[in-house]
Design a protein around this ligand. Structure first.
Ligand SMILES: Nc1ncnc2c1ncn2[C@@H]1O[C@H](COP(=O)(O)OP(=O)(O)OP(=O)(O)O)[C@@H](O)[C@H]1O
Ligand SMILES: [Mg+2]
Length: 101
């Protein structure tokens, strides 16, 4: 019998430490580290990094062409905030219009 355990938590909450403890328990336990995967697929020259740069602009890159995660994070959450703000404005104005009907 096999099972899958998902480790989630806030930044610096101890996910990697717990994942290491799991993998140290037995060779049969495989750990899939999404942080490692995301760093691997966004290496300079990768399709993912090309797409990220196309969408967010070259300011998300360091001068050596690698991904500046800190800038990307700021841009990503700013866009998300704007999108949610616009969505909420639209919902509120739609609700007002519906109430008038
Ligand atoms: N139970 C604990 N008690 C005290 N310190 C801990 C404990 N678990 C982890 N730490 C420490 O907290 C820090 C963050 O741990 P860890 O890197 O495992 O977190 P993380 O959730 O994987 O972080 P990230 O979100 O950056 O990937 C490390 O310095 C680690 O040694
Ligand atoms: Mg970690």
């Amino acid at each position: 019998m096999s099972c899958v355990i998902a480790l989630t938590g806030g930044i610096c909450s101890g996910k990697s430490v717990v994942a290491k403890k799991f993998s140290d328990l037995s060779e049969k336990i495989s750990v899939i580290d999404s942080d490692f995967i995301s760093r691997t697929v966004t290496q300079p020259g990768s399709i993912a990094l090309h797409m990220i740069t196309k969408y967010f602009g070259s300011s998300v890159l360091f001068s050596n062409g690698s991904l500046n995660r800190s800038i990307l994070k700021k841009k990503f959450f700013l866009i998300l905030k704007i999108k949610n703000g616009l969505k909420n404005c639209y919902i509120q104005s739609s609700e007002k219009k519906l109430k008038k009907l």
